[in-house]
Design a protein around this ligand. Sequence first.
Ligand SMILES: Nc1nc2c(c(=O)[nH]1)N[C@H]1C(S)=C(S)[C@@H](COP(=O)(O)OP(=O)(O)OC[C@H]3O[C@@H](n4cnc5c(=O)[nH]c(N)nc54)[C@H](O)[C@@H]3O)O[C@H]1N2
Ligand SMILES: Nc1nc2c(c(=O)[nH]1)N[C@H]1C(S)=C(S)[C@@H](COP(=O)(O)OP(=O)(O)OC[C@H]3O[C@@H](n4cnc5c(=O)[nH]c(N)nc54)[C@H](O)[C@@H]3O)O[C@H]1N2
Ligand code: SF4
Ligand SMILES: [Mo]
Length: 681
Amino acid sequence: MIESRTVVCSHNCPDSCSIKVGVEEGRVVSILGDPDHPVTRGFLCGKVNRYQERIYSPLRVQVPQRRIGRKGEGRFASISWDEALDEIAARFKQVIAAHGAEAILPYSYSGNIGIIGSYGGHRLFHRMGATRLKRTICTGSAVAGIRATVGDHTGKDLEELADARLILVWGMNLVTTHIHAMPFIKAARAKGARLVVIDTYRNGTARQADWFVQVRPGTDAALALGMMRVIIDENLHDQAFIDRYTHGFQDLAQACRDYTPQHVQAITGVPADDVLRLARDYAREPAAMIRLGVGLSRHSHGGMTMRTITCLPALTGSWENRGGGLVLFTPEHYWQDTDFMTRPTPDDPPARTLNMVRLGEALTEVQDPRVMAMFVYGSNPAAVVPEQARVHQGLAREDLFLVVHEQTFTDTTDFADIVLPATTFFEHDDVQTSYSHLYAQVSRAAIAPLGESRPNQWVFNALAQRMGYDDPFFRETYETLIPKLLRKDALIEAGFDWEGFMAGRPTRLPSFPYLYRERLTTDSGRFELYSERMAARGMPGAPAFMPSTEGHVDNALKARYPLQLVAPPAQHFLNSSFGNTQTSPRLTGEPRIKMHPADAARRGLDDGAPVRAFNDRGECYLALQVTEDVQPGVTVAEGVWWPKVHRNRKGINALTSAELTDMGGGARFHDGLIEVEAASG
Ligand SMILES: Nc1nc2c(c(=O)[nH]1)N[C@H]1C(S)=C(S)[C@@H](COP(=O)(O)OP(=O)(O)OC[C@H]3O[C@@H](n4cnc5c(=O)[nH]c(N)nc54)[C@H](O)[C@@H]3O)O[C@H]1N2
Ligand SMILES: Nc1nc2c(c(=O)[nH]1)N[C@H]1C(S)=C(S)[C@@H](COP(=O)(O)OP(=O)(O)OC[C@H]3O[C@@H](n4cnc5c(=O)[nH]c(N)nc54)[C@H](O)[C@@H]3O)O[C@H]1N2
Ligand code: SF4
Ligand SMILES: [Mo]
């Protein structure tokens, strides 16, 4: 008999789909999108439709492993959980005694975005006094940037897209990275809305657009300033809204003075007439929605770009209209009650913080103390972190004790001393919210853990016990934690169906689309077109275009490495996840790099040729794809393929920079410079 269960997809995807699972004799036999979830709407992405491939992958870690080969070889022998945990606790105690607890580095990110999955480990490492990890690789600069303008008001509800009349998708490849936005856009278009995509290359979303505006990477702030100049010059701004809800209009008007359409064309490559048209179309449409992507923020001045674009709807007052305003993320975090898991307590030892983007430096250069032990869970740093050569060099250190809790053998586990088997979201419980929609949902295990795999929380509790920590937190289980993770009383007061939520139904969180009418969390309580706080930090207080420090500008580096690399996600992978399935790599083909025909001809390279992309940070072997989808001077490599798939075992992040962005400590995945040549041999 087939039983029906419901789980929530916990991959790092904005959609947080509700999934109907058919289970027969303890095995998953069918996977379908939940037809009753207002955003999932009965369909899933291709990756998760075939999730059996990932649950039952031959590469699944099923039993704890101890290294028997050299670091990086990935040769292991099975051991018991008791042996594994005893050894980890003993080694951690040795490290603490010899070097201090800061010599231990926890490393986790987004393999599991369930609330417990992402935050459940913090308490253990805070209690130890381990180094704290600054988890900014993904949204750090995007959030810091838009906060400067709007405070915590990160946007309207996804569902309002259906009522927009003009949709600007800006730096986001929705058809790949947020497919459940598409039905809302389709509904809007059925009512006559127009879709404009502003991107650096003709991605899948741009192909579906009414108008594709192609910009040079890292120059969008100039485009936005040009639009604002036109809007102010032609009196298309909403003075009443500006007077009531914004701060610093005169500074903004001054800041965009120089950005004539011609000047914007020279910087961005967008024809002057298009700058004019875009500004007018945008300002004249009351229900104009900007769907901002994080792609824009992955540049040296990504924070400033986000901050600048976010001024647009405050200028036109489109926030006031249904279907207008801006969306980056939902305010779901407001409803989470997770401080007891995430915050250090006054009793915890003080500890330094290291940024996850700079892992290579953390493992190879940082001293006092040196990182001597590392515990990785929910992340695959050997694949996803920039300056990969240094990351691998650090992970390969014989004196580094590396534990990896993983579902699957990866490039990271290849370096591990101990690998612990982790459950998938089909095998453990959690609570999930979404960073694009407003439904919170409890996810209950549909099947028993595969082999001896265990959920994160089980492992943290078992380790805490062996470390001798007896705080009550380390006796919490999924069962006891789940009811505590949302602000129950406040939610019930706001009309949230708590009973239904606890029973597993996707339940809508209250939203605040008109927060600015009360007070924003900026210093002035208003939309900040000028920010004293930023000025005090030595940055421009008004919105500004700042040329990239590596890409875009003509500098000495550009003479050696004339091509800019943009490295966004691929359809059938989720960052580095799904490399262990049969279908995702097959459908993605091979690791490719897109190049304009003129750039290819100049280098004598043909479509399909094996090439070596390189810069001072490293090299990566790929197949060349010659296409006019990219502009001259820009290359695009979609997807984080596992490094071991590439010749030389170095993936695309061998080329990306670990320098941080201007705000929020983010990563610069889209603004490094490279050169490409024919691969020898
Ligand atoms: N299938 C799939 N879905 C995913 C993911 C995945 O790996 N695969 N990853 C998930 C995660 S963790 C995240 S954070 C999101 C990320 O998803 P998105 O928000 O879509 O962000 P990015 O993928 O970084 O970039 C998206 C687009 O930004 C463009 N871009 C880059 N630089 C610039 C620029 O300077 N100007 C403009 N206008 N455009 C620019 C790129 O060309 C790309 O088309 O997707 C999530 N969804
Ligand atoms: N070149 C390039 N690099 C990128 C990006 C890009 O667009 N281009 N995107 C960046 C972005 S936006 C992000 S968010 C990061 C994401 O980087 P990561 O957070 O490392 O995400 P994944 O690559 O999905 O790897 C997550 C790993 O966690 C494991 N896992 C899943 N669930 C669990 C669990 O419950 N417990 C444990 N212990 N393990 C689990 C999975 O098997 C998987 O191997 O990558 C960044 N790197
Ligand atoms: S990866 Fe995204 S689209 Fe696919 S099932 Fe998960 S939440 Fe839905
Ligand atoms: Mo991300």
